[in-house]
Design a protein around this ligand. Structure first.
Ligand code: NAP
Length: 448
């Protein structure tokens, strides 16, 4: 039996932490990578024509040496995030530049500067080894991994760690990401796995759930109050699906925007009563490439008022160029547009008169610090926030899964089985699962 098979068998048979600590680690493992010598492969192509199925490969890669503050995790499942789409289409920049900068920072950083980039910023699995400086975790612990990767010896990392000079996103701006059989992560990325969820349900949350928690709940971003109304773009997508849940959980009123009736039905099943189908509404916020149409912004505002009788206090913004002008217009006087992305283009235009005359603000947000990620994970563990898993792929199908996210063919989150041989494994607390409710936990799956 290969070392990897022994690891899998130990996990599946519930071997003790000591037994797991004594297992031999393989020298190589399978991982989803992009290759440096292919980073120009899409030169001259439009974004929409770049195909992750061609640039993402499943290669055998060597296991890197473990630093004292790190852990080796056997990845049972991972997920597709939009950053893997960006990496695989080499936009807005090839990620090899990030790896080379990290490589110059330290001896341990040097390991990351390789001719391949192992992608993936989510994982659920089991710790196999810990470095000598790791205190709170041990082999055998079942974990999820958040993607805030930083050097905590830098003073700038000690207020809000998202403000650290050296803050990076694991598996995007660092190597050895989660779309692989094994991963090497810092101990301060580890969080407990929710006991009532399967491996793939546990794996899809950390990046999107933590991002939405910070954007909606945290005082670092919108700091939503009870009773606030929130417009959520892409409300049945990755971050949007968690955002809707945070609005509902916090006593707010979500207005979810989606592009299909199927997604609208999913939102209603999640308890989001007010839904706008943007395809059906046919908004044309841009008349042409250079000119926005204020009457279309007004139409959106009117549609929102038609649903909830007033303007929204917060807009959860991430499509960027296509929607940003409308978001700034539609948010209430004194309201906040909180933004973390620009999927449709990052050169943004809005009418500043609507911003300053009505004392609105634009708040930027990016992932989450450890405390925020931990709080968001805790809410999943308590069954108060549900995983947005809609479909599950194998590691070999990573390119196809990333393609579906790139083409907006998906709902919620796409999971990827790495070492887990099939779906629905890893549920340790079926009683609590039943208490939370199968229907709630699998809501995105039911509408996929
Ligand atoms: P996703 O699962 O693809 O969801 C995005 C949703 O946005 C889609 O479901 C789509 O919904 C909607 N959308 C796409 N294009 C749009 C457009 N032109 N106008 C209006 N809506 C549009 O992706 P995600 O995981 O939620 O991520 C969304 C963005 O946030 C990505 O750019 C990602 O890189 C970024 N992000 C940033 C952070 C951070 O920490 N800064 C963290 C996570 C994600 P409908 O078609 O149904 O409307």
């Amino acid at each position: 039996m290969s070392e990897m098979q022994q690891i899998l068998e130990a996990i599946q048979t519930g071997a003790s932490g000591d037994d797991i600590a004594n297992l031999a680690l393989p020298e190589t493992y399978r991982a989803a990578v992009v290759r440096k010598d292919e980073q120009e492969m899409w030169a001259g192509y439009e974004s929409a024509d770049k195909d992750p199925r061609q640039s993402l490969h499943i290669d055998d890669v060597p296991l890197p040496e473990l630093a004292p503050d790190e852990a080796v995790v056997a990845v049972m499942a991972s997920s597709i995030n939009f950053n893997t789409v960006w990496t695989s289409i080499f936009e807005p920049l090839p990620t090899f530049g990030f790896l080379s900068r990290l490589g110059k920072e330290s001896v341990w950083g040097k390991r990351h500067d390789l001719p391949y980039h192992i992608v993936g910023s989510d994982a659920a699995g089991v710790i196999l080894r810990t470095g000598s400086a790791v205190r709170k975790w041990k082999p055998g612990d079942k974990v999820t991994v958040h993607c805030n990767y930083l050097d905590d010896q830098d003073p700038s990392a000690h207020d809000d760690s998202m403000l650290a000079d050296n803050q990076r996103i694991w598996g995007f701006e660092s190597n050895f990401g989660g779309l692989a059989e094994l991963t090497v992560v810092k101990a301060n990325q580890l969080m407990p796995k929710p006991r009532h969820l399967s491996w793939e349900e546990s794996a899809v949350n950390a990046l999107c759930n933590s991002t939405s928690y910070r954007m909606i709940v945290s005082q670092h971003a919108a700091g939503m109050k009870q009773g606030d109304a929130v417009l959520v773009w892409g409300a049945a997508g990755g971050i949007g699906g968690y955002a809707v849940q945070y609005v509902l959980n916090g006593g707010g009123t979500p207005v979810g925007v989606v592009s299909s009736e199927q997604k609208a039905d999913m939102l209603r099943a999640m308890g989001c009563e007010h839904v706008i189908n943007r395809k059906e509404a046919g908004y044309q916020f841009w008349k042409d490439e250079h000119t926005q149409d204020e009457s279309e912004w007004r139409r959106l505002g009117k549609d929102i008022r038609g649903l909830i009788g007033r303007d929204v206090d917060i807009v959860f913004e991430h499509p960027g160029r296509q929607t940003f002008g409308a978001s700034v217009f539609a948010v209430a006087r004194g309201g906040k547009v909180v933004t973390c992305a620009a999927t449709s283009g990052y050169m943004i235009e809005y009418d500043n008169r609507h911003l300053w005359m009505k004392l609105k603000s634009i708040v930027s947000s990016h992932f989450a610090n450890y405390k925020e990620a931990w709080a968001a994970n805790q809410l999943i563990c308590e069954g108060k926030i549900q995983p947005m898993l809609s479909k599950t792929f194998t590691l070999e199908q990573t390119g196809e899964a990333a393609y579906q996210v790139h083409k907006n063919m998906h709902e919620g989150k796409l999971g990827v089985l790495c070492l887990a041989p099939e779906e629905n494994l890893g549920i340790d607390d079926p009683e609590f699962r039943a208490e939370v409710g199968e229907d709630k936990i699998t809501v995105a799956k039911r509408f996929a």
